[in-house]
Ligand binder design. Structure first.
Ligand code: IVH
Length: 672
């Protein structure tokens, strides 16, 4: 009996490894996630019943269950070197010259060009074909052991097929590469963190570095980490080439970046570098240059290293879009929710297509870390080509009398004492009546995505707040009673006042979800407002709702629900809504009743990808036919619609005996 179980366990492991490889390395899966999960489930169950059969390379060990308390130091078998950088053609030709000078004059030199992935380097040691230790670079000689975390990256093979090892006569070996996050996955992660009120990461590399050092591998497993391997070393390997090793790595089952090229001379190398400098933004991940390596490993050995970098490789770094200018002043901007953001007021400078006179400094910790001061000459960069940021200070140009920046203690706008929650870097002005917050809220309310009041822009809002005409949203709808006074304002003629007043009247037609978004409740963006309005249909129902009900809405999390209940618990907010109701704004949504109301009152959960429509479309259809959609399966769920690659919701539905609909069945139901 136990032999049979052992055999089945081995069989399952082999199957899962194969599918992991197909899915994560080749990106060509041949079974659905559902089928895959079934195999994994069976293995977990067998291993749970027979714990003595668990091996460290079992696919079940990817998501470690134990918390690592700290990272153990690991000495690298050979130092993990870094590369010296080059920034120009001349420097690359210098490198080529040095390489040739270091080799007998009869030798021909070829180079392999690879993309320089902007991530975190890692070393993986395999003993008898099984992953034994994964380590960070550390100081190059000693790194930190991060095996449990690395095991969560599905494209890292935990063991290598014995036949393959035999073919290449490999047993113990080391591979090195770069762990990274794709830009889109990184943005998504940051959005989720923002929704949950957690600190966002500055870029994919920081996010990767932070993730790989987390203490809980279960959280690591949820982060979208990926890996490319570019180095292979083993005592058994006969001397070969870097080009051959990249191909061998792939044969061993490792994920290799295919954008590499064998170049016969420096001209070809330069062509490769230029091409990728142009094309780099089209890649789904970030690269910060090209790595150029001498192809022959024998030549690499002859050339050796200087200090911490090899003589046989160099990095060609792409030019960041940077400029240097003077930072005249640091001001603190108060947002509509009271958050203070430091802003660098710069001597205007032209950078990558536009003139820049302001750059964000993020927060006080960032200012301290970079030691940025007023009067400094600073290097600015267009991060991701959007909001410019201050990268560093040119210390040699610092004026003598400069002083460290201190965080303000009182709000620069209203003078009230500021609040900095413990352990947070953010600083808040808690005075709801702070004119900056009022201006920010009003601007958001009138903006295009919200009430879309044409003509009520920042300039008029500032003016009306200063003149005490506007404090709250409802004041906007009372402006019509001040028509004469408005016309008397020098800059505003009768016509523009009437245009403004009619735009204000028109905004009363805006739908409930727009009004809900316009209220500016923390974390309630346009998308969330739409989902909430669809679910509750009226502000009165929403005011009465408990957090759990709000959270049960598909894609609405605890930060949003908590923020909403907190908002409505304040009397003055409820009073303001009453005033807006009186003014005639829409606080209800008309439910579109289906002719035949098949879905009336039915609750749906969607899981997996539908082939014929997006999730949002499916959801809209359900709602328009009188049903509702929630994000999690409970005993109150009527139907679970299962698309391709369904998640754990399907298991739960099966357990709770809830009717499961295929996409086809679901479509039929919509047609009825
Ligand atoms: S080779 C001795 N190849 O860039 C050679 N490095 O400063 C060492 N990197 O620490 C590395 N992509 O983290 C190499 N294709 C690539 C790379 C790469 C990214 C990183 C790596 C290394 C740093 C060099």
């Amino acid at each position: 009996m136990s032999k049979k179980i052992e055999q089945r366990i081995e069989e399952l492991r082999e199957l899962i490894r194969e599918h992991d490889y197909r899915y994560h390395v080749l990106a060509e899966p041949i079974i659905t996630d559902f089928e895959y999960d079934k195999l994994l489930r069976e293995l977990i169950d067998l291993e749970t019943a027979n714990p003595h059969l668990i091996t460290p390379d079992s696919p079940t060990q990817r998501v470690g269950s134990d918390l690592t308390k700290e990272f153990k130091p690991v000495e690298h078998t050979t130092p993990m070197l870094s590369l010296s950088n080059t920034y120009s053609e001349e420097e690359l030709y210098d490198f080529d010259r040095r390489v040739k000078e270091g080799l007998p004059s009869s030798e021909k030199v070829e180079y392999v060009c690879e993309l320089k992935i902007d991530g975190v380097s890692v070393s993986l040691r395999y003993v008898k074909g099984k992953l034994s230790v994964a380590a960070t670079r550390g100081d190059g000689t000693i790194g930190e052991e991060i095996t449990t975390n690395v095991k969560t990256i599905k494209s890292v093979p935990l063991s290598i097929n014995n036949n393959v090892l035999d073919t290449y006569k490999l047993k113990d070996f080391e591979v090195r590469g770069e762990i990274y996050m794709e830009v889109e996955a990184f943005n998504k992660l940051n959005q989720e963190r923002e929704l949950l009120g957690e600190r966002t990461f500055a870029n994919p590399r920081n996010s990767t570095a932070g993730t790989i050092k987390l203490q809980d591998p279960k959280i690591v497993a949820k982060r979208p980490l990926k890996i490319f391997l570019y180095y292979l070393s083993s005592n058994n390997l006969k001397e070969g080439t870097q080009y051959g090793n990249l191909q061998l790595l792939e044969k061993l089952g490792f994920r290799v970046n295919r954008n590499y090229s064998l170049c016969k001379n420096m001209d070809e190398v330069l062509k490769f570098c230029k091409e990728w400098e142009e094309k780099k933004d089209k890649l789904p991940y970030e690269i910060d240059g090209v790595v150029i390596k001498v192809n022959s490993l024998r030549q690499q050995k002859i050339l050796g290293n200087i200090a911490k970098s090899p003589r046989w490789a160099v990095a060609f770094k792409f030019k960041a879009k940077q400029a240097t200018t003077k930072l005249n002043k640091i001001t603190w901007q108060v947002g509509r929710l009271g958050t203070l953001t430091p802003v660098a007021e710069l001597e205007p400078v032209f950078l990558a297509g536009s003139t820049i006179s302001r750059a964000t400094l993020h927060n006080i910790d960032e200012i301290k870390r970079k030691d940025i001061r007023e009067g400094d000459t600073v290097v600015i960069e267009k991060g991701g080509d959007v909001i410019p940021k201050v990268v560093s200070v040119v210390l040699s140009e610092r004026p003598e009398n400069s002083a460290e920046v201190k965080a303000p203690i009182v709000c620069p706008e209203c003078g009230s004492k500021l609040y900095r929650p413990e352990g947070e870097v953010a600083i808040y002005c808690e005075n709801n009546l702070c004119p900056a917050q009022i201006r920010g809220r009003l601007a958001h309310f009138a903006s295009r995505g919200a009430m879309d009041i044409e003509g009520l822009g920042d300039a008029l809002i500032n003016l009306f707040v200063d003149m005490n005409f506007l404090h709250s949203y409802s004041d906007i709808y009372n402006l019509k009673n001040k028509r004469k006074e408005l016309i008397d304002i020098e800059r505003l003629g009768e016509k523009s006042v009437d245009n403004l007043l009619s735009a204000i009247e028109k905004s009363k037609q805006k739908s409930f979800e727009k009004v809900l978004f316009a209220l500016g409740i923390r974390y309630v963006g346009a998308g969330a407002a739409q989902k909430i309005a669809d679910h509750f249909l009226s502000i009165d129902a929403l005011i009465k709702a408990r957090e759990e009900e709000i959270e049960s809405i598909y894609e609405i999390g605890p930060s949003i629900s908590r923020s909403i209940t907190r908002y409505f618990s304040e009397k003055k907010n409820r009073e303001e809504i009453e005033k807006l109701k009186k003014a005639g704004l829409q606080f209800e949504k008309k439910k579109v009743k289906a002719v035949s109301s098949t879905l009336d009152g039915k609750t749906f959960v969607l899981t997996g990808t539908l082939s014929g429509m997006s999730r949002d479309e499916a959801k809209d259809k359900i709602i328009s036919l009188g049903g509702s959609v929630t994000s999690s399966v409970s005993k109150n769920t009527d139907y679970v619609v299962v698309g391709e690659k369904p998640g754990s919701k399907l298991d739960k539905a099966q357990k709770l005996n809830i009717t499961i609909l295929s996409e086809e069945e679901f479509l039929k139901m919509l047609e009825k």
